[in-house]
Design a protein around this ligand. Structure first.
Ligand SMILES: [Zn+2]
Ligand SMILES: [Zn+2]
Length: 405
């Protein structure tokens, strides 16, 4: 009958051993030193990698005005898409501060060959005509704003004065007559300014089309410039990547080979090589990822973000799968560690070393054939040389035969 209180007998086998690894080969000081070595390695490695970026010639950057003439896929300039102007005042305001002179003096060779310089000269000539007009307009605008706020205040006082008059207050705080007087006077000041402003605006409006025409020419002239610049940048990035890659890859493989060699020998120095391989591997990974990032990952990610932003359910799913992804990464790491520590062969070696039964840890004479406690088979006859060999260890101690027993 099923018995609730019956204890399950503890099963200990080579495949499911549950004992801690007592032995630690690397002391704490050693581990701290290795961590320091890792940090120093990464630090100097990153420095070296970023310094290599100075070796190939970086394409000369485009002039500071060029961004205004870069178009997106729709043909509209990126600048206009980013800073749309809704008010006429904004247009004149920005015209007052336009200065292509600064751009024209620092053109890159790419811009020179595209004939941008001549177009800037044309633009500077038009700007020279617009600038004083626009500046005067902006100055007048500021004065008018000041007057208008004064008119607003006087109007408020006039309103209060009227109420006081209606209420029959003999000594009003705001007598209506002076308020009225100042409003009339302010309006008189304002009128010629507004008239002048509309004249100025007419002059700007007359000049603006020629400026727009030059800008349209500039957009066309800049198209191949941006394309060539982009290509030059990609080529430069590739050269940097190649240099970094070539500098890292031989040492990475050398370290990896040494690591595998030491690992096979179960050497106590494996841990040093593990750190070195980790440093070089991380630097290599960073180099490759950065290059791929610039090449297309950035674009893919941008598209994905836009796409996920459109459909909320995808975003939720993304986070949801992110959770499982982190389970897989961290759980996987712990699983890997546990598997390494409790690898049956390692457990067997550990227990043989302390003269214990590989199954139940009873103290054992290694010449015994069976464990006196659990009856586990310790030694068997080698199929190759017919001498005794241990079960659970890969090689026969007499003939070196390698076959699972
Ligand atoms: Zn045993
Ligand atoms: Zn043998």
């Amino acid at each position: 009958m099923f018995n609730l209180f019956k204890k399950n007998p503890e099963t200990i086998s080579r495949t499911t051993p549950g004992f801690e690894e007592a032995e630690r080969r690397t002391p704490t000081v050693g581990i701290i030193l290795l961590i320091l070595m890792f940090i120093a390695g990464i630090y100097f490695g990153l420095f070296a990698m970023s310094d290599i970026a100075n070796i190939p010639d970086r394409p000369a950057s485009l002039s500071s005005c060029s961004y205004k003439y870069q178009t997106d896929t729709t043909g509209r300039t990126i600048y206009d898409a980013k800073y749309p102007t809704y008010y006429e005042e904004d247009v004149i305001n920005s015209l007052a501060y336009e200065n292509s002179k600064n751009c024209a003096v620092q053109l890159s060779p790419l811009e020179d060959t595209a004939g941008v310089s001549a177009l800037f000269t044309k633009r500077i000539a038009i700007e020279a005509k617009i600038d004083p007009i626009a500046s005067e307009y902006v100055d007048l605008q500021q004065q008018v704003n000041k007057i208008q706020s004064q008119i607003q205040r006087a109007t408020g006082e006039y309103g209060v004065g009227l109420q006081e008059k209606e209420a029959g207050i003999t000594e009003p705080v705001f007598p209506t007559a002076p308020s009225q007087q100042s409003i009339v006077e302010l309006r008189k000041q304002e009128a010629p300014m507004l008239a002048r402003m509309s004249v100025l605006k007419g002059q700007v409006d007359a000049l603006k089309p020629s400026l727009d025409a030059v800008d349209a020419e500039l957009v066309t002239a800049y198209k191949p410039v941006f394309k060539a610049f982009e290509r030059a940048m990609r080529w430069y990035e590739f050269k940097v990547f190649l240099l970094q890659f070539l500098l890292l890859i031989p040492f990475f493989f050398l370290a990896l080979r040494k690591y595998l060699e030491l690992h096979r020998k179960n050497s106590p120095y494996t841990v040093i090589l593990t750190t070195i391989v980790a440093v070089l591997g991380l630097l290599l990974l960073k180099t490759i990822l950065f290059w791929f990032w610039g090449l297309f990952l950035e674009e893919i990610l941008r598209v994905l973000v836009v796409w996920f932003g459109k459909y909320n359910i995808f975003r939720s799913l993304l986070f949801y799968f992110g959770m499982f992804f982190s389970f897989a990464i961290f759980g996987g790491a712990v699983y890997f560690l546990q598997k390494k520590i409790f690898d049956p062969r390692r457990v067997t070696i550990r227990r043989f070393r302390s003269k214990e039964c590989p199954q139940c840890q009873t103290n054992l004479d290694l010449s015994a054939e069976y464990c006196p406690n659990c009856g586990a088979h310790i030694r068997t006859t080698c199929a190759h040389c017919s001498k005794d060999r241990y079960i659970g260890l890969p090689f026969c101690p007499h003939c070196g035969d390698k076959s699972e027993v």
